[in-house]
Design a binder for this molecule. Structure first.
Ligand SMILES: [Zn+2]
Length: 449
């Protein structure tokens, strides 16, 4: 192991990239741009030999591991752009910068293997069905342990699989009020504790497949990712031979109720909620939207499906505020509350600030369903037309759609839900026209302050 003291990198002086003869020489020779202290700003195909990675291949030795680290021999052998851990890669860098982490630390994965098995699916082995996660991400360090040693590269998992039990007020309430029965296996006790199997997934994008999902060329996608992140990932441009990108965005968590093997069994019923993060409501109970009530309703219904002999799946995506982020979200809240918070203006307020009403791009969402082996959804616990259409377009039929019950909708969130229903969200109730939406008014600040 390299002592931490040897790993401290102190640039000798600021490098004038434009005029530095050394750099000019490198650029001319196409050897990549390398700073004096040996940090390569980017690499070029001529200089490196990425480890083989054939997305969609079935045999592990043909498919190969995702290698996305410059450490050890990774600079010349990496076959993916970006960094592991989504947005947390920056904290990893802070730990290295502050000498709290040896960047060459070799992880010991003893006993960290999946807590239950995920049945292999045909969808893992083609390059169309799954393009936004690594189907072998939970097995990578175990499958490719020898490769990591022989090639002297870091090979990290992008999926982990575990078990837990949940304690939620709403589930306790469901038991107390006889909406859920204690069975000792799924609902464990009168407190409403529920057993769950969980899968955490970090995004791993196969760029040709992602581009195809959006109907754009790979070249256009690469340029947009490079330019719109202000040049964070030069290899999107310099390394067209590297087809995999680990973006700095949040991943997802799967919560499975009942026997995980039932999820991919076509003879068993599946109830599904796909939920996008809304911290203000999900965790803190803000009543401006229906997120937490719909999430807990989804969990309760998923538990019921499992207790009836099927399985229930809730998938939680880290796409806060329609993937616009919480800062934008609160700005929109302010604009709504100051501008007259009516349902007819609901989407317009978001568009004024963000330019679009939604950036969640559900096109990539069905990958996780295919990875789990879900071939049909008996009960879809969501009203979103975007989620519905994305799933059906990927060839997974939805047999029943279940809207949030009216009694669970907080008064102040009528603005949101009625606007969404008008815009195409599924409902078994009334669809208001534009004129009627003007009368749906949210609470003003003066009502609460
Ligand atoms: Zn919300």
């Amino acid at each position: 192991m390299v002592p931490v003291s040897l790993l401290q990198v102190t640039p000798k002086e600021t490098v004038d990239v434009k005029n530095d003869p050394k750099i000019k020489e490198h650029v001319t020779k196409s050897e990549g741009i390398v700073l004096e202290d040996g940090i390569a700003l980017t690499t070029y195909p001529e200089d490196s030999k990425p480890l083989g990675l054939e997305w969609g291949a079935a045999a592990p030795e043909v498919r190969g591991p995702v290698v996305c680290s410059r450490y050890h021999d990774g600079l010349s052998k990496h076959n993916a752009i970006g960094a592991h851990s989504g947005p947390y890669c920056v904290y990893h860098a802070l730990a290295v910068a502050s000498n709290q982490l040896d960047p060459h630390h070799v992880a010991d994965y003893t006993n960290s293997q999946p807590a239950f098995s995920i049945p292999e699916q045909k969808a893992w082995y083609n390059n169309k069905d799954i393009v936004a996660m690594d189907p072998m991400g939970h097995l990578t360090p175990f499958l490719f342990d020898e490769t990591a040693k022989s090639e002297n590269v870091e090979i990290r998992p992008s999926i982990s699989v575990t078990k837990a039990s949940l304690q939620l007020f709403e589930l306790k309430d469901a038991v107390t009020n006889n909406r859920l029965q204690v069975d000792g296996k799924i609902v464990l006790n009168q407190n409403g504790d529920v057993a769950v199997s969980k899968v955490a997934v970090e995004p791993v994008w196969y760029l040709p497949g992602v581009a195809e999902r959006f109907g754009v060329s790979e070249d256009k996608l690469r340029k947009a990712l490079f330019q719109d992140t202000n040049g964070m990932y030069p290899e999107l441009i310099t390394r067209p031979d590297i087809k995999v990108f680990l973006p700095p965005v949040g991943g997802l968590t799967v919560y499975i109720f009942g026997d995980p093997a039932y999820v991919s069994d076509p003879t068993k019923r599946v109830a599904l909620r796909v939920h996008d993060e809304c911290n203000g409501s999900d965790v803190f109970g803000s009543d401006i939207c229906t997120c937490r009530p719909y999430l807990t309703f989804g969990i309760e219904e998923a538990v019921k499906e499992a207790q009836n002999g099927g399985s229930g799946v809730v998938i939680y995506f880290r796409k806060e505020g329609r993937a616009l982020g919480e800062v934008t979200k609160y700005l929109v809240y302010n604009a709504r509350k100051r501008g007259g918070d009516t349902a007819d203006e609901y989407f317009h307020r978001t568009e004024c600030i963000a330019g679009v009403r939604d950036m969640r791009f559900q096109q990539l969402m069905p990958d996780i369903l295919k990875w789990l082996g879900i071939t049909k959804i008996d009960r879809m616990l969501s009203m979103s037309n975007m989620k519905h259409d994305a799933i059906v377009e990927q060839g997974i039929p939805i047999l029943e759609r279940v809207p949030i019950p009216d009694e669970l909708i907080p008064a102040d969130s009528r603005v949101e839900i009625d606007a969404k229903i008008n815009a195409g969200y599924f409902t078994t109730g009334k669809v208001m026209n534009q004129e009627e939406l003007k009368a749906v008014q949210g609470r003003t600040w003066t009502d609460v302050v």
